[in-house]
Design a protein around this ligand. Structure first.
Ligand code: NAD
Length: 436
């Protein structure tokens, strides 16, 4: 890591990407602004920074399927490989009605940074289909997943690019992806996706790994700012794979979950929810809406909940400037990818709210995905305790290095995470050299 230069080494005049015209507050613009903030700290490697601002490869696919009623519907699918300098692509697949190429580009870029931040031997990738998966039957979902996998089969593979679950996808969808890829290539390829069910080479501890990573980084950050978790009040947005698991772990450490918000509603209880009841309600009904163990409040009220910790664990762009101004918490743990707009980052910095950024905070999922991939190749499976201990150590060590970098340069944890990660990515870029 070098000291900042006022005018980073130029990589020359660059063309803008003609295939993307970002809307204001688009996640891709958020990502580009994060790269601009770290570039002055990259020293001679700044010469390569432009590499971070353009995906290596973006595939758009048509996904036509026959619906149960005999009609044919077409869905838009994407797979973007942002950067492969440090290894094969790695990143989830999202099924959501708002998925766009630009969103998938941003998510793939954050994967590049995240994988390097925890020093996994991966580049960054991401995929998605523009669909509301809840509107499909199970059979339709399977047909769509299989056709999508077949279409992106030309660029994925155990050594090329390894998808995993994200919003709207789960272990069953990974099983269909693994089966489709295996059928097309003529051999069972368990290492082509992670987040699989256990019987197909999945890893113990994977389902809760992202939530566990949020907890581990939150625990470490709280310790450093002298915030006791026992009795701390926590507000959680998004009660899916990430938010639900993180909430359970904070509650297990004595914290009170005082607000929960998802696409079905917002509930609060200043005394803390009964977590077993809340989790059962979410499991049975698909969301926190209608939970009677708290009061229903308007969605915007979530942001000024009286609490010490806020965990956005839903979608991008949730922390706007007005919301950042409303926060009463001391610590924001980004379970979601890209939940904070750059201007809101500045507001939180001014207000003394510590942000543990997505690119380290939610890296637990991909870390255990890496463990799963390694276990699949060696066909030797570890115990859950072993996985959780290794995960804890990787997250704590990574956060320590990031924290030291932030202290040394007096920069935010986000810029420090980008600095640590981009140094690794661009060093690999430089050492490999430009082909041809
Ligand atoms: P999920 O589908 O399991 O859950 C998403 C949650 O967000 C649900 O509770 C849903 O109700 C809620 N939500 C959706 N729209 C909302 C809205 N407008 N307002 C409030 N809540 C809303 O997804 P997940 O896997 O838990 O992913 C959540 C976030 O974490 C995403 O940003 C994802 O990219 C990120 N992430 C996931 C993983 C992983 O391993 N699954 C890893 C790293 C990061």
């Amino acid at each position: 890591m070098t000291t900042p230069t006022s005018s980073p080494t130029s990589s020359g005049p660059q063309q803008t990407l003609s295939y993307v015209t970002p809307a204001p507050h688009s996640p891709w613009l958020t990502y580009l602004s994060q790269v601009d903030r770290v570039t002055p700290f990259l020293g001679r490697l700044a010469r390569w920074a432009e590499t971070l601002k353009r995906p290596k490869r973006a595939l758009i696919v048509d996904v036509p399927i026959e619906m149960d009623d005999g009609s044919v519907r077409h869905f838009e699918g994407f797979r973007v490989q942002h950067n492969l300098s440090r290894g094969p692509g790695k990143g989830g697949v999202r099924y959501h009605p708002d998925v766009t190429l630009e969103e998938v580009m941003a998510l793939s870029a954050w994967m590049t940074v995240k994988n390097a931040a925890v020093n996994l031997p991966y580049g960054g990738a991401k995929g998605g289909i523009r669909v509301d998966p809840r509107s499909l039957s199970n059979k339709e979902l399977e047909r769509m997943t299989r056709r999508y996998t077949s279409e992106i089969g030309i660029i994925i593979g155990p050594h090329q690019d390894i998808p995993a679950p994200d919003v709207g996808t789960n272990g069953q969808i990974m099983a269909w992806m693994m089966d489709t890829y295996s059928m097309n290539t003529g051999a069972t390829a368990s290492g082509v996706v992670t987040g699989k069910p256990l019987h197909l080479g999945g890893s113990l501890g994977r389902v809760k790994a992202t939530g566990r990573g949020v907890f581990v980084t939150g625990r470490e950050a709280a310790r450093r700012i002298n915030l006791k978790l026992d009795g701390a009040r926590v507000a959680v947005q998004g009660f899916g794979n990430v938010g639900g698991a993180a909430a359970e772990m904070f509650a297990g450490a004595g914290a009170l979950i005082v607000a929960a918000q998802d696409h079905t509603g917002t509930v609060v209880n200043p005394k803390g929810f009964d977590m077993a009841d809340l989790m059962a309600h979410v499991r049975d009904t698909g969301g926190v809406g209608g939970f009677t163990g708290g009061d229903v409040v308007p969605g915007e009220d979530f942001w000024d909940t009286d609490c010490e910790i806020v965990i956005p664990a839903a979608l991008e762009g949730q922390l706007t400037v007005p919301r950042a101004n409303r926060l009463k918490a001391r610590l924001l743990l980004e379970g979601a990818n890209g939940p904070t707009l750059p201007e809101a980052d500045d507001v939180m910095a001014e207000r003394g709210i510590l942000v543990v950024p997505d690119v380290i905070c939610n890296a637990g999922g991909v870390t255990v995905s890496y463990f799963e991939w390694v276990q699949d190749f060696s066909s030797f499976f570890w115990s859950e305790d072993e996985i959780n201990l290794r995960l804890d150590k990787i997250m704590v060590d990574a956060l320590r290095k990031i924290w030291d970098t932030a202290d040394r340069h007096r920069i935010s944890l986000r810029t420090a995470t980008f600095a640590v990660a981009c140094e690794r990515i661009l060093t690999a870029r430089e050492e490999r050299g430009l082909y041809p």
